[in-house]
Design a protein around this ligand. Structure first.
Ligand SMILES: NC(=O)c1ccc[n+]([C@@H]2O[C@H](COP(=O)([O-])OP(=O)(O)OC[C@H]3O[C@@H](n4cnc5c(N)ncnc54)[C@H](OP(=O)(O)O)[C@@H]3O)[C@@H](O)[C@H]2O)c1
Length: 265
């Protein structure tokens, strides 16, 4: 079983979009919640509604996850919150421009939020869950981890980081009874698009998933014990073939001899 029934779930980026939907669905599954994001008023409104509708207990923990001190505060809560069994590492942002056209501060914030914070929070959860011998870490990446041609490279690079980290962490923590799932959404109808200056309604409607459908599919993948869940990908054989091809390269990637095509002279 991937998820401990009735355990407490800590969700980052819980004030809107995919994170708020996770809060809703996990509360209805019987989990108590700790909600993390910057907008305390929005999380308090969600918490009050979920307490009333489901009877679950909801703690609101406001934090700016681009700030190292506030990440440390959330990591400490992961280490100590009673009954914690699930981390949904979801908070994230996109750039309005590209690496060269964005302000340096925006690039730094993106990397802090999409890479540093989820890595450190996953670390805190890995330490706690492996000690208790149970728990699950769900990391929200993106299909852009597989498609750097489709989108700005800093964002897609952060999501490739999350995919690599999750696949390795899954192998490392599995024997301790800790499950790691990485979810790769395609375009999903949330505020991330407007926040980064893109009109999601400009995309063909068949390309854009509703956040509720995305989270329902991700939870089915989690229930099945999947490590990698790609909700929009209809033909799983494509992912399996990519993995087979990649793994077949591995024995050839580190050698004493340079490849013949690079041989001097
Ligand atoms: N929507 C898509 O098409 C799509 C596709 C693939 C992957 N994803 C990933 O899905 C995840 C959730 O995004 P979403 O689509 O649901 O977007 P969203 O509606 O914009 O939600 C982003 C969440 O992250 C929080 N957040 C932003 N900056 C933060 C900060 N500095 N500190 C703490 N929390 C912060 C926001 O809350 P506050 O503003 O209150 O802090 C919000 O709760 C992200 O990792 C994103 O990269 C989205």
């Amino acid at each position: 079983m991937s998820v401990i029934p009735n355990s407490t779930a800590l969700i980052t980026g819980a004030s809107s979009g995919i994170g708020a939907v996770y809060a809703e669905k996990l509360a209805r599954r019987g989990h108590d919640l700790i909600l993390v994001a910057r907008d305390a008023a929005r999380m308090n409104a969600l918490a009050e509604r979920l307490r009333g509708q489901t009877g679950c207990s909801v703690e609101v923990l406001p934090a700016d996850l681009t700030d190292a001190t506030q990440v440390a505060k959330v990591a400490q809560r992961i280490a100590q919150a009673p009954g914690l069994g699930l981390l949904i590492n979801n908070a994230g942002m996109a750039l309005s421009g590209t690496l060269s056209t964005s302000a340096q501060g925006d690039v730094e914030r993106l990397i802090a939020l999409n890479i540093t914070a989820p890595a450190l929070l996953a670390r805190a959860a890995a330490l706690r869950f492996s000690e208790q011998g149970s728990g699950a870490i769900v990391n929200i990446a993106s299909v852009l981890a597989l498609a750097p041609e489709m989108f700005e490279g800093v964002y897609s690079g952060t999501k490739a980081f999350i995919l690599n980290l999750s696949q390795n962490l899954s192998a490392e923590l599995g024997p301790s009874g800790v499950h790691v799932q990485v979810v790769l959404p395609g375009a999903t109808r949330t505020e991330i698009w407007a926040r980064s200056g893109t009109d999601v309604d400009g995309f063909p409607p068949e390309m854009v998933m509703d956040a509720g459908d995305l989270v329902d599919a991700a939870l089915i993948g989690l229930d099945r014990g999947e490590t990698v869940t790609i909700p929009p990908l209809a033909d799983e054989a494509g992912w399996e073939a990519l993995t087979r091809t990649r793994l077949a390269l591995v024995p050839h990637l580190s050698r004493r001899d340079v490849a013949p095509r690079y041989a001097a002279g």
